[in-house]
Every structure is written in C-alpha cells, then in structure tokens.
Write a protein that binds this ligand. Structure first.
Ligand code: GDG
Length: 470
C-alpha cells in the first residue's frame, strides 16, 4: 500500500537527538555528524520525510515534526542495537570498508540482525512512499534496503549513497555475505560513492562476483540498468562563511588563543574518537617534535577535540584508553605548570564554538588512515575567509582528491608527518593565502547543495540515460 511521501530519506539515524531542556522537558536537537550536516538542508527545502532510528532501544515513537522536517522513527530492540548497529555495522562493515585498519568481526548472529533490521526499514519505507516517489537510502548500515524496497515497490525511484569508502575487491571478498550485499545495493537505480575509485571497485565486483555486464558506469541487471558513480559530499560553505563574518566568532577565537596561553601556533584536530581518524599518529608526531626540540617549549599547543563515539563497541573503548594514555605521556614529559602542550577534550561542542576553534587554529591536522570524505577539512577551509591557516591532510581522505593545495601527507609515515606539520607551522602568509584561496574556490563551488543536486539530477534523469546506454 502506498503512502503520501514523494521524497524520502532513509538513514540509520534520524537527524535529531533527544535532549532535556532547562525545565526537565524532553526535546529534540539536530545531531552533529557528517550525514546530518549534509542532508538536513536538502530535506527542509524539498519538504520531504526522513525515516530512521531515534537513538534509544525498545521504544515505539509516533512520526513527528521537528526543525521543518517530517520524521518517522523506526523501532530497534536492545538486541538489534547490539547486533545490527554495534555489531554488523560498526564491528564488521566499518573496519572492513576502512582498509581493515581495525580487525572486522564476522559473526553470524550480527548478519541475521542486519537482514532483519534492513527489512524493517524497507517495509516502513514501502508503506509511506507515494506512487513513483524518490527514495534516497543512506550509508553502510542499510545496504540491503534498495533490493528489499524494489521488491516491495518496483514503482519507486531508488538512490543509495555510501558515505564511507568502498574497499578494493581483495578486501571485500573476505565478507562471508559479500554476494548478498552487492545484490542489495543493485536494487538501487543509482549507487553513489565519495570517490571514483570506490565506484570502480563496485563495478569490478559486480562483474567478478555476479558475472554482470557493464559499460562505463552502468551495470546491467536483468532488464534494468544501475549506475555507479562518484558524488563527493561537501559542506554548507555559505553558512560557515557567514558564521565567521560575525565579529563574535573572531572575538571568541582570540579568547581561545588567550585561554591557551597565547602560543605562537595552535594546531587543531576535530574528530569522532575513531580508530580510522589517525589521532594517535598525529599525537605521536607532535610528541616527537617536542621531544627533539623542533618545537620549542611553549611555541605550539595541540588542541584535540575527540567527540565521544560508539562507546559500547570494544575497539572504541580500547582506542579511548590508548589515546588518553598517549596524551598523558606527552603532557607528563613536556608540560610546564599550567601549560600542557596537548589539550584533549573528550566532548562535543556547538557549531559556533567549532567555527571559533577553526578560526583560532593556525594548523588544522586531519590525518585519517582512511576516510570516505572528511567534512572537517572542508569546514576548516570554509571558515578561513581571512585566507590564512594551513590544512594538513591525509592522502587517504576522500577530500584529498579535491583539496590538492593542502599539505598532503601519508599518516603512516610519522617522519613525513613531522616534516609536513613543521612545514605547515612555518609557511609564510603569502603561501598560505595562495593555497587557501584555491581550496576555498573548490569548496565554494562544490558545496553540499551542489552535491545533493548532482545526485538528485542523476537519479531523476535515470530512465533516459538507461535507454541510451542499452
Ligand atoms: C562520515 C564519513 C564523510 C565533530 N565534532 C563535533 C561536530 N562534528 C562534526 C564535524 C563534521 C562531522 O561532525 C564529522 O564529519 P566527518 O566527515 O569528518 O566524519 P564522520 O563522522 O566519520 O562522517 C566521512 C561523512 O560521513 C559525510 O559523508 O565525510 O568520511 O566517515 O561536520 O563538524 N559537530 C558539532 N560538535 C562537535 O563536537 N556540532
């Protein structure tokens, strides 16, 4: 049975978190995180609906309106949160898709739950979508939804976007359920990836694993054509640019510098506390630079914001201990009274405070071992309308394809990382301005609106393209 939604986003989480206000009343607040930051504005403009889990286990909420969006909660039991979300999504797929930088867990009960929950999402989407509606499914937690949904509702136009990397075939082949995942994705009309390399990995897999024919970015599945293509995600450049035009943002940035003891250089990292982000590598490099005297005592401070993430997954608990031990060691060895070189903050901040931090940072250090895109790098660039600031960026972040004028680095190479961090700290203002201007041009042109519009255009023009392709 069809519903009335003509445009529907289907994602693991709703784009809001429950908070308790001053009077003790529960309310919703837009959640931080890459996906939400990118898609909420698109949905608000198209007056669509968003289907996803509200974040607490074992509760059955009615659909509601918030922040200009129609939100439809999908219930998950505590066991499903453990097996589908913390298990298959975050302990199996996440490390496997990020080049196995953590060891994936292959557990049959996780897979059972993943299928069950994906089916629930597909069934609920099938119920609310209007005839011929456009449904845009998001990310690695829901890779089976496109095929399940197509089976229930062949009239829908289905898009899928993967926010994280798609691994090379050699790694993907390890997954015991590899075939089902690829078949699940092929239920979509359009499968979007962050980088062209990821789209080619997928197309190669379709050929090798399922023996399907392809031509360019089109894969032929029975009587259908599925397109696989890169759509590098971006940020709301204009919004950030506007935030940093406010004098209070720069006043706060100056205050942050003051609070840090007016060091010559502030280095900044902003990440979810995740083992893919290379936080340990950048801290090692900074610690060694202090140890060798390349950075003089008091010359530079490193501010690391580590937003709490997936705290019930074992690997994340271990990572937190490791990072905190490392910070403690560096500060133990190099701090003077009241002046630690590393300021580590395991908490999350408002977007306004983040913008002020970006403005205060002389060097933004973004060193993931693998990252689909990395929005932090693009946010930093968007905030630096003063054309200053240096971006140290890992070659293994999707953003490195576009931000070629960053100080690019291989984060596995600690000596290389040390060298590039020093280079970024010592670069002269003219060189920084040249690099920043070029990067800003890129992000201003390919902003989040452009990303969503490119994806939607490709999805909505799909039929015509397919006929041409046959
Ligand atoms: C996934 C992919 C891809 C962080 N701390 C706070 C906060 N944030 C915001 C940042 C940024 C977002 O969270 C993080 O996005 P990233 O892209 O850096 O990383 P993931 O969370 O891993 O995102 C990634 C992304 O999806 C989108 O496709 O780029 O590769 O892994 O926007 O600013 N926001 C607030 N307080 C914080 O403390 N308000």
């Amino acid at each position: 049975m069809a519903g009335g939604c003509t445009f529907l986003i289907v994602a693991n989480r709703l784009p809001v978190d429950r908070v308790t206000d001053a009077t003790g009343k529960a309310a919703w607040r837009r959640s931080p995180g890459g996906l939400v930051t990118a898609i909420a504005p698109v949905l608000q403009r198209r007056h669509g609906a968003w289907l996803g889990w509200a974040g607490a286990a074992d509760e059955d909420l009615k659909p509601f309106e918030d922040d200009g969006m129609h939100l439809i909660p999908v219930p998950l039991s505590a066991e499903e949160v453990q097996d589908y979300y913390e298990g298959f999504s975050n302990a199996t797929l996440w490390p496997l898709y990020h080049d196995v930088v953590g060891e994936p867990v292959y557990e049959r009960s996780f897979w059972e739950a993943y299928q069950r929950v994906n089916r629930r999402f597909a069934e609920m989407a099938a119920e609310v979508a209007a005839p011929g509606a456009v449904v845009w499914v998001q990310d690695y937690q829901l890779q089976l939804v496109p095929a399940m949904l197509r089976e229930l509702r062949p009239d829908l136009r289905i898009g899928f976007f993967l926010h994280i990397p798609f691994p090379p075939m050699e790694l993907f082949y390890r997954l015991p359920w590899r075939r089902q995942i690829v078949e699940g994705l092929l239920g979509a009309d359009l499968v979007g990836f962050q980088r062209p390399g990821a789209a080619s990995n997928f197309i190669r897999l379709c050929r090798r694993l399922l023996n399907l024919k392809y031509q360019g970015n089109q894969v032929f599945v029975d009587d259908r054509v599925v397109r696989a293509q890169a759509f590098p995600i971006s940020v709301d450049f204009n919004e950030l640019d506007e935030v940093v035009r406010r004098p209070q943002t720069w006043r706060r940035a100056a205050q942050i510098r003051e609070e840090l003891g007016n060091p010559q250089k502030i280095l900044l990292g902003v990440d979810r506390l995740d083992y893919t982000k290379g936080i340990g590598q950048r801290l090692s490099a900074f610690g060694e630079l202090l140890g060798s005297g390349d950075i003089a005592p008091g010359e530079a401070v490193f501010v690391q914001i580590a937003t709490p993430s997936r705290e019930r997954v074992e690997q994340y608990r271990l990572l937190r201990d490791e990072i905190e031990l490392q910070v403690g060691r560096i500060n133990g060895e190099h701090a003077r009274l009241g002046a630690p070189p590393v300021h580590y903050l395991h908490t999350s901040y408002s977007r306004a405070e983040l913008a002020a931090l970006y403005c205060a940072a002389d060097v933004m250090v973004v060193t993931p071992l693998r990252d689909g895109m990395n929005l932090v790098a693009k946010e930093y660039v968007s905030c630096r309308g003063d054309q200053q600031g240096a971006l140290v960026l890992s070659e293994f972040a999707g953003a490195a394809d576009e931000l070629r004028q960053a100080f690019l680095v291989n984060p596995y190479d600690i000596d290389g990382l040390k060298k590039i961090m020093l280079e970024a700290m010592r670069a002269n203002p003219a060189e920084l301005a040249k690099r920043m201007r070029a990067m800003r041009r890129r992000v201003a042109t390919y902003d989040v609106d452009r990303w969503a519009a490119d994806f939607m255009d490709a999805l909505e023009s799909h039929d015509e393209t397919s006929r041409e392709g046959r």
